[in-house]
Design a protein around this ligand. Sequence first.
Ligand code: ATP
Length: 896
Amino acid sequence: MDATAPLPAHIQSQAAEQALAGLHTSADGLTGAEARRRLAEFGPNLVEEIGREHLLLRFAREFTHFFALILWVGAGLAFAAEAFDPGQGMGRLGVAIVGVILINGAFSFWQEYRAERAVAALRRLLPQQVRALRGGAVVQLRASELVPGDIVLLAEGDCVPADCRLIEAFALRVNLSTLTGESLPQARDAGPRPPVPTLQAKNLVLAGTSVVSGEARAVVAATGMRTEFGRIAHLTQTAGATTSPLQREIARLSRIVAVLATTLGGVFFFIGQALGLPFWENLLFAIGIIVANVPEGLLPTVTLSLAMATQRMARRNALMRHLPAVEALGSTTVILSDKTGTLTQNRMAVRRLWLGGEAFTAQGVAARPDIGADHLALFVDAAVCHTLKAVERGGARDWLGDPMEVALATMGREVAGALEGFVRRDEIPFDTERKRMSVRCDTPQGPMLYCKGALETVLAACDGVQLAGRVTPLDATARDRVLAAQDEMAKAGLRVLAFAHAPAPDGLPDEERGLTLSGLVGLEDPPRPEVADAIARCAAAGIRVVMVTGDHPHTALAIAREIGLVKGAQPLVVGGDALDHLSPAQLQLALDAPEILFARVAAEQKMRIVEALQKKREIVAVTGDGVNDAPALRAADIGIAMGVAGTDVAREAADMILLDDNFASIVAAIEEGRAVFDNLRKFLTYILTSNIPELVPYLAFVLFGIPLPLTIIQILAVDLGTDMLPALALGAERPDPGVMRRPPRARRERLLSWGLIGRAYLFLGLLEAAGAMAVFLCVLADAGWRYGERLAHTAPLYLEATTACLATIVVMQAVNVFLCRHPRRSLFAFGLLSNPLILLGVAAELALLLFIAYTAAGNWLFGTAPVSAAVWEGALGLALAMAEEVRKAWLRRTPP
Ligand code: ATP
């Protein structure tokens, strides 16, 4: 066997046994030892991710984007100035700007790299699982552990993990759209055929495709990069990473600001020329304005901030599949949630039965063997009519599959015993539209069809019912009795399953008909304990939660009341049939009802509810787990799949995966999503503030002819030195306790609002500018400087005064970082240690300032000189006097 070659054509024409022999394996699969040997030989079953771009190329890109180009031009001008008119310090400025480009590029690269690593790490949290046969037993494996010769078991909703030859298939249909673009499902079976190209082969299933319906066993023929999918991945680059509206907005915003800054620089240059300022001094000024205002680090910081949020979300069991989803999640206004497993625990326990016209408790039946004997058909039905797989777990036999079926099959076996002589032959599978399933078995009494499902759909296939020990025709009275029995169980919150059977001498029918109803079983599935609280939090946060379930309306309503989802006396309960008869406009109107829930809905119908809500301009999150949920998951703003119970197909279609299937985790993730937006605003307020004290000194210099209070190199020291770490710390703030007590962000609400700009520029920024100018002028005046006196660039007094100006800005920023933690709440409302990163950032900020002011290297590099204690006192006094706390206190008196 040569498994390094593409799939050999003859594997298609061989019979299943020959294909197995060709891969040196058997229908029982490989032994564990042989599988390990093959894993060492063929390597893990992984399609290597194709590097989007060489790392070096991406690194180079950080120095050639739009902002970098503007800065390069600035540096070029400075060097030109040095060449034409040496001795003005222009050369040093040029070097400083190049330094900015390099530091900034390296920092951005590091941030983006970290963000990417964070997202990649998330992907590894939930590896694809497969069911395989090893040594005759069913085992759960990671898909990466598969080797050629393994036998895999495939079922509806599974992604095919490797290129395989089918050994056995029941009604198998696969979706090949990832390989061929064709999205109509294609039938596949195990029969040998003349070879055709791999993609068209009817008896092969290929990695990267998915099972739409049916079941199969297949032998793995090629893994990893040797699969058809792996080879295509080699040929074509995977699509580039998507960017979120937020990232696009930031990019656009940064560009506008850069153009504005450049224009402003140009305008001031011409004004300076008109006022007769020396050319080079004037040029320096223009470059200063540009450098001060270009928001160099914004975009990578936003990306990193989103990536860090995904890590926090993962810790709270919500796995984001891509960054843009983080943001949509934060603005979610409606959650459409499944019931079973998401709101409830999916821990099914049989509680009540209705047999022969009488109601029993589960214990009642267990205590009376005669009941089981009288109604054996129901227990046999429960024991055989399922899609469970028996697996070995720690030496014991265990069931793998739907917990409801496990509960039913266990009950069935307890009463009906080992079922000697029963052989399962065929199946009509379950789907959410039919809401029932059947199996055909050979039994000692001859071939039988056993069916179970939702009562309405099972009744539709029945013409008799077992009442009081005999089969009676299913007339209106009998029908009413059964329905009443169901209502009673459903109103108690139980999920009701109906069981029916009939002889099946002529093989498997297309549709069940002529069945005899053998009874009803009521199962309890308790709500998850955290859910009631999560729903209350949604209500406080202005998020609507709507239950969309396949279960009976009464059961749905009883559970909805139990978890606080429905409180009023008259909730609107829309059934699947009613939903079919509503026009899109009617559905939109129905959704205006204050309390609404959807019951007996098929997965396909979810899509309509999602669309109707989106037409009402809601941001919709929807949960789903099956193949048929995939379109709704894709259409919603946030598709949420289940990590435990969901299918691979649903997970592939989703934006977010719940690692614990728990509704409460959705709410936790929304909280984190909202926090991201808040944090970016804090961060923006902080960095925009320092633009004003950087700009005002230049204005004063030009308009009033005073010495330049802050040099360009000092501006760079603030923007790319002292401001950087505290800003990052603001980006990593934990969600504010109030974040879930206010309504969702409006769709149109921008990150950079006028309120934010006003607060940063016109309030905090002006205060800092006034403080910095005051300290600068005080230092000069104290030393006897008079207005109109010129100072040399190297005069000790000038060096000390500019250092004082710089120190004041930095100290005020160190206080400002605390003010920026909330637009309304007092800084004293936060615990000192609630975000240690801030303390760390401020410490680094002050350490850098001390380096700049008090070391020879710092003095040389930044044109500074040590300042007296009085400067620090002044700076600190001014910083503490920032009236922001007073403004906030005043704001808090008015509702938001
Ligand atoms: P949710 O949509 O909230 O998860 P659900 O599990 O009840 O709820 P579906 O899976 O669509 O939703 O099931 C719809 C109905 O079909 C169930 O209420 C039950 O009556 C029936 N049903 C579910 N699973 C099976 C099964 N394995 N065999 C037979 N009938 C089933």
